[in-house]
Design a protein around this ligand. Structure first.
Ligand SMILES: Cc1cc2nc3c(=O)[nH]c(=O)nc-3n(C[C@H](O)[C@H](O)[C@H](O)COP(=O)(O)OP(=O)(O)OC[C@H]3O[C@@H](n4cnc5c(N)ncnc54)[C@H](O)[C@@H]3O)c2cc1C
Length: 482
């Protein structure tokens, strides 16, 4: 949510250190063809295709931001660590790609000083920050169509309507990083969906439409997102609309894949790409991990840093308790989340920002860059049946926002259809926080569970992934008796 004239105090920008520049771009370029290496200044590449590798202290499954953070923290304690990643790249739902000659983010993008865990990494590696272009026009849904206005006007109206939704959150989320600190107050609130809360508010149809895009549009449906999920984001931001909106403003210039690479480069962990894990067997003294290709690896502890939606894709022995399996079946992320980057042009083209009504194929459009040959725009959808890479269809869906707009090219990522994410950003359904949330943060035997999806703070954000990586490294160390 970029908002005109509502940028926060500019965070301290840091010039990238020579070290981070060298270890990110260079290492990423070299790593891909080898298919199995971090190639950082210290990280070691696994070699050969041995069926049984030597035992290590800890195996980390998944090289997203949570996994690489866990690996860095474990090796900092002197623990030998093997990272098994299913894809041919690291980063997971944080993925920098290219489109129309631009470096673009297909997943996790923005970071903020209100997000202390990722912010610590920004400062540690000196990642310079930039922001996307500021919109010149905003389009938002009404009960009967669309309202076109200045971004400031839409922003101010949304601010007035959204702020009262979270009345009381200073009490029930008194300590945002300990979300269950006031479990007593949450008991009646956590079962409510955002739909329930909207019904309580008695907005007029136009008022509700104006704020519906950011609630049901981006999250799939207001009925499936818990009130306490959005209220938690609100509390973590600082309990004001200005703070809430500002957290999606700045992104590190290096890109999210390079961020993950910097973290991994800081470890001595061994990384094996193209190694999807099929089973995890814990015999009480060690854990054997088997990949889909039949390689086995043994460790004294395992950190499972894959999306919650994929926990059930792995065979566990002993089986996971029902809290874990039910949560994985129900899903924690927006299952149908898609992000797409568009090159557009047209006689009426401007740097517009648009939100649509829930269920609309295109949920949100944000301007990224103005160029002489058109604009680069970012789009989001949580409508699983919509295919944004169908240019004709996409172009038709964009007409209400900008008449005559032409889609020259588009690059789309359907995170729900991606076999190694099975969903987009984490969104907790009603009842989850006071339900299975605390249980699934606990290790089972020698297996630790990590990932942004189950973070205490910014769950669903890269900050939560870093937080979880630190927690998992402590839990794994404890299992090892440290
Ligand atoms: C479209 C989109 C936009 C977003 N925007 C933002 C944003 O602007 N700011 C922000 O902070 N956050 C954003 N997020 C959220 C953020 O990207 C995620 O919360 C975060 O990257 C998750 O990190 P993670 O390490 O917990 O999980 P993941 O990144 O999902 O990492 C899990 C890893 O496990 C691997 N894996 C899966 N199965 C197996 C297996 N069987 N064996 C081995 N490896 C396996 C995966 O390949 C992956 O690499 C966005 C997410 C999406 C999808």
């Amino acid at each position: 949510m970029n908002a005109e004239e509502k940028l926060p105090t500019s965070p301290t920008a840091h010039a990238p250190s020579r070290r981070s520049v060298l270890t990110t771009a260079g290492a990423a370029a070299l790593a891909a063809p080898l298919g199995m290496t971090a190639l950082g200044s210290q990280a070691r590449a696994a070699s050969g295709t041995q069926a049984q590798a030597d035992a290590v202290d800890v195996i980390v499954i998944g090289a997203g931001i949570a996994g690489v953070t866990t690996a860095r923290e474990l090796t900092a304690k002197g623990l030998s660590t093997l990272v098994l990643e299913a894809r041919d790249r690291i980063g997971g739902r944080a993925w920098t790609s290219t489109f129309a000659g631009e470096q673009v983010e297909m997943g996790g993008t923005w970071v903020d000083q209100r997000q202390p865990n990722i912010w610590r990494e920004v400062q540690r590696y000196g990642w310079d920050l930039t922001s996307d272009i500021i919109p010149t026009r905003a389009v938002a849904p009404t009960a009967t169509g669309y309202l076109e206005s200045t971004p400031t006007d839409v922003y101010n109206q949304q601010s007035q309507l959204i702020t009262p939704l979270f009345d009381g959150s200073e009490q029930y989320f008194e300590r945002p990083y300990e979300p269950l600190f006031r479990e007593d107050l949450l008991a009646d609130l956590d079962p409510l969906s955002m739909r329930d809360r909207l019904d309580q508010m008695r907005y007029s149809p136009d008022e509700e439409a104006l704020i519906s895009g950011g609630i049901g549009g981006l999250t799939g449906s207001a009925s499936t997102i818990g009130l306490t999920t959005m209220a938690h984001w609100w509390a973590l931001s600082g309990w004001t609309f200005d703070d809430y909106a500002a957290t999606s403003t700045y992104r590190p210039v290096v890109g999210s894949t390079a961020m993950a690479q910097s973290i991994l480069d800081d470890s001595t962990a061994t990384l094996r790409l193209n190694s999807p894990v099929a089973s995890v067997a814990d015999n009480g003294t060690s854990v054997t991990v088997t990949t889909k290709s039949g390689e086995t690896h043994t460790a004294r502890a395992v950190v499972l840093a894959i999306p919650v939606n994929l926990w059930n894709s792995i065979d566990f022995a002993p089986s996971l308790p029902t809290e874990y399996t039910t949560l994985s079946t129900d899903g924690i992320g927006v299952r149908s989340s898609q992000k797409f980057i568009m090159h557009v042009r047209g006689a009426n083209l401007d740097a517009f920002y648009a939100e649509a009504a829930p269920g609309a194929p295109v949920a949100m459009v944000i301007p990224f860059k103005e160029r002489s040959d058109g604009n680069i725009m970012i789009g989001f959808s949580s409508n699983g049946s919509f295919d944004p890479s169908n240019r004709t269809r996409l172009q038709a869906e964009l007409q209400p926002f900008c008449e005559g707009i032409e889609v020259v090219a588009v690059k789309a990522q359907h995170w729900g259809n991606d076999p190694y994410s099975a969903g987009g950003w984490a969104v907790r359904r009603p009842g989850l926080l006071t339900g299975p949330f605390r249980a699934v943060q606990q290790p089972q035997g020698r297996v630790v569970f990590a990932g942004s999806d189950i973070a205490n703070g910014w769950a669903g954000f890269m900050d939560g992934a870093v937080e979880s990586g630190f927690t998992a490294s402590v839990q794994a160390s404890q299992i090892l008796g440290l």
